[in-house]
Design a protein around this ligand. Structure first.
Ligand SMILES: Cc1cc2nc3c(=O)[nH]c(=O)nc-3n(C[C@H](O)[C@H](O)[C@H](O)COP(=O)(O)OP(=O)(O)OC[C@H]3O[C@@H](n4cnc5c(N)ncnc54)[C@H](O)[C@@H]3O)c2cc1C
Length: 382
């Protein structure tokens, strides 16, 4: 048991920390306010190799692992979550399905651009009528000669409508299994395919500098060769992608929770009330101590889940625990950090206001807190 970082991991963490402070922090508030996508920041993240972190060098990756991605996400989210979720969704939801399940040709076609950050991919699972219950998928794909014809809609798809979005993977019903259940498969749909429409971006409470759209497919035709992996494996594919993704979201949540500690310490030292810094009051000190405790323990939970995954051991329960705990404490820390900032905490110009607005989605996206509890209970044999 040794959760200390190697020199290489510590160096990565430092370089992303510096990047977040020096490059992201100065520009992100304006993007957040205007709801614009930070293309220049994303381009620089691509140059740093962040989009290729957990992928093999033969596809243009950095030859690192999933834990390296998590370290980068934590450091980015310590400063801003829109940028962090853009990386998380691009890597763990966008490129990873192609990397894990794609044919050699699909990997050669898509991975070099996705891993360099020149292009982004979306992951189309959620639908307007069904999210937690992915078995309720209504989007259908029918094989017509050597083409799939897709009809349906997807909701809340991250990175699906930027100027550099190259494609989305779409989960669709492609038939009926022998037991009567839906046969689900995943199909690659390149941006610009006729019949594939990207709606204008949602007006969101948080993550406003990230890209999220509803997608519709109206007799949208793609080559049969765009099937990702085997027909009928869609369910197993997205379960694997989401299990891993939960560790990444936990890391992002820990970053936000730690950012709340950073900002609270800074403010508690400079803000005076009753003739002394508010941080001289034990009530404020205890709040910050509890926030640090929560960030630390949630970090250990995602380190543990990542270690199990990388060792090839079962990690479903630990990933769900990490995601559930980290998202819960991120919301707690954002609430307390806002409280420590008083009225200024309610002003958008302060980072804690962004943290507060960005924290709630962590209890919803990539499986709600209720879904995490279902996964944990099921894994305990209930
Ligand atoms: C900003 C943003 C980005 C997103 N990005 C993506 C993306 O890139 N790709 C993608 O596919 N999806 C994405 N999502 C969708 C997200 O994963 C879903 O919103 C989430 O899984 C919940 O699904 P839902 O919204 O349909 O809620 P529902 O499933 O309708 O749930 C509503 C409520 O009921 C609860 N509930 C449901 N079933 C049960 C049960 N059995 N027991 C107890 N409680 C239950 C839920 O926990 C929740 O509280 C994104 C969402 C947002 C907001």
């Amino acid at each position: 048991m040794d959760f200390r970082l190697t020199d290489e991991q510590a160096a990565l963490r430092e370089s992303v920390r510096d990047f977040a402070r020096e490059v992201v922090a100065p520009v992100i508030a304006e993007h957040y306010e205007r709801h614009t996508f930070p293309y220049e920041v994303i381009r620089q993240m691509g140059k740093m190799g962040l989009f290729g972190l957990p992928f093999a060098e033969e596809y243009g990756g950095m030859g690192g692992d999933y834990f390296a991605l998590c370290l980068a996400l934590e450091e980015l989210a310590r400063v801003d979550s829109s940028v962090a979720i853009t990386l998380e969704a691009a890597v763990s939801l966008g490129a990873m399905p192609i990397y894990r399940f794609g044919t050699d040709e699909q990997k050669a076609t898509w991975l070099p651009r996705l891993l360099s950050g020149e292009a982004l991919a979306g992951f189309g699972l959620t639908e307007p009528g069904t999210g937690s219950d992915a078995g309720g998928t209504q989007t259908r794909a029918v094989l017509d000669g050597d083409e799939w014809v897709i009809n349906g809609a997807k909701a809340f798809i991250t990175n699906s409508g930027t100027d550099i979005t190259a494609m989305v993977t779409v989960t669709a019903v492609t038939g009926t299994n022998p037991d009567g259940s839906k046969e689900l498969s995943t199909i690659i749909v390149p941006t610009g395919t006729p019949g594939f429409t990207v709606a204008p971006g949602y007006s969101k409470v948080g993550w406003t500098a990230s890209d999220t759209h509803e997608l519709t497919f109206d007799d949208c035709r793609v080559p049969a060769a765009n099937l990702l992996g085997e027909r009928g494996r869609g369910f197993a594919q997205f379960l694997r992608i989401l299990d891993e993704g939960r560790i990444a979201i936990a890391a992002l949540a820990v970053g936000l929770a730690q950012g709340c500690v950073d900002e609270s310490i800074r403010y508690a030292k400079e803000r005076h009330a009753f003739g002394r810094p508010i941080g001289d009051n034990q009530a404020i000190q205890f709040k910050i101590a509890d926030m640090e405790l929560k960030a630390h323990t949630a970090r250990l939970a995602y380190y543990d889940a990542a270690a199990r995954m990388l060792a090839g051991e079962p990690f479903k329960r630990q990933a769900a625990i990490a995601k559930l705990h980290a998202s819960t404490i991120a919301v707690d820390n954002a609430r307390e950090a806002t409280q420590i900032h008083g009225g200024y905490g309610f002003m958008n110009e302060y980072p804690v206001a962004r943290f507060w607005r960005d924290s709630k989605i962590l209890e919803i996206g990539e499986g709600t807190s209720e879904v995490q509890r279902m996964i944990i209970a099921r894994d305990l044999g209930l």
